[in-house]
Ligand binder design. Structure first.
Ligand code: EPU
Length: 305
């Protein structure tokens, strides 16, 4: 693909002319990411509803403008930010029970809120999501999960706006899921149906309580972080390898390999994406040299260097 010229303000205005939601020019994305690093979006759009998503997608497509959908928790935005349109579905926060054990959640719903909703209706299946900072949309795209379970275990169908701007229901049976990855048709996830099972409230609560205690004890949840940095290599754990390489507490500027869990990088104040990514490179090099293992990033890295 050839290099695309950065879109001009008038191109962006034209593409977004019909949009009803919030439009913010040159908006810093730092507060929208859980690690608190990154740069500005040329323009950030907070769509009001699904029709608005269709307008944004169609406008971007017609104007040949890059469109990035931002969840914000498993992503590192480089310091110069993102050209074109960035869309965040933070107004998409509705959850409802469609049938006995079938729940629909919009893409911007935080996973722990969906877990709480399920708990309040004595529905089991979302326990794995306790305390995970991500959203339903991000969780679907990356097949989020923990050792208790993952999105693919409960997902029944995805509510998607295709890149052609058409709303479509995609059955989970047509999607293939692997570790932190799905093969969704290209488009924007605006919601998801999850199929849960009935259970006693106490049983669900005891699982989530123990799990949250375990995470609080082993992960640096009180400092800005973006979840696990690397995927676990088959049969081993990234955290174990990084600790064994002697890297816990390594620091570049305000970016630090957590002293609590080596597969987390925390922001101790004003870390930059550059510092975080330099740390990532150093970890990969050191672990490869010492143990011959090539760690793969779980994070997605986007934006301009
Ligand atoms: N370990 C170390 N040193 C460390 C960290 C871990 O030796 O600094 C060892 C532990 O002692 C343990 C093993 O590594 O024997 C695994 O560690 P842990 O139980 O903390 O789990 P993990 O594999 O590091 C995974 C998920 C987490 C999830 C936890 C708990 C991945 C990459 N990470 O972590 O998910 O919260 O299990 O279910 O699969 C995320 O994906 O963002 C995330 C936080």
């Amino acid at each position: 693909m050839g290099v695309r010229r950065a879109p001009t303000v008038s191109m962006l205005r034209r593409a977004l002319a019909q949009v009803q939601g919030d439009i913010r020019w040159q908006e810093s994305l730092v507060p929208l990411t859980s690690l608190h690093v990154g740069g500005p979006a040329d323009v950030l759009v907070i769509p009001a509803d699904v029709e608005d998503v269709v307008r944004v997608v169609s406008g971007a497509r017609m104007g040949r403008i890059p469109l990035t959908v931002l969840g914000g928790t498993n992503v590192i935005i480089r310091d110069k930010g993102i050209r074109g349109i960035v869309m965040q579905l933070q107004q998409f926060t509705t959850i409802h029970q469609e049938a006995n054990q079938l729940v629909y959640a919009q893409a911007g719903v935080r996973l722990p809120r969906l877990m709480q909703f399920a708990l309040s209706r004595k529905l089991s299946g979302m326990e794995w999501a306790a305390g995970i900072p991500g959203t339903v949309g991000g969780g679907v795209v990356m097949n989020a999960g923990t050792r208790l379970g993952e999105m693919q275990d409960v997902l029944q169908a995805v509510d998607l706006v295709t890149i052609r701007g058409i709303r479509k229901r995609v059955e989970a049976s047509t999607i293939s899921f692997t570790y932190r990855k799905t093969t969704l048709p290209r488009g924007i996830v605006v919601g998801a149906w999850v199929q849960l099972t009935s259970a006693a409230k106490g049983a669900i609560e005891s699982v989530t309580k123990h799990y949250l205690q375990y995470r609080k004890a082993t992960q640096p949840l009180t400092l800005p972080n973006a979840g696990s940095v690397f995927k676990n290599p088959t049969g081993d754990s990234a955290g174990r390898l990084i600790e064994a390489a002697g890297l816990k507490g390594w620091r570049i500027g305000d970016a630090e390999i957590s002293t609590k869990h080596a597969n987390f990088i925390v922001n101790k104040g004003a870390a930059t994406a550059e510092q975080v990514l330099t740390l990532v490179r150093k970890v990969r090099e050191t672990v490869a040299r010492k143990f011959g293992v090539r760690l793969q990033l779980e994070w997605k890295v986007i934006g301009e260097k």
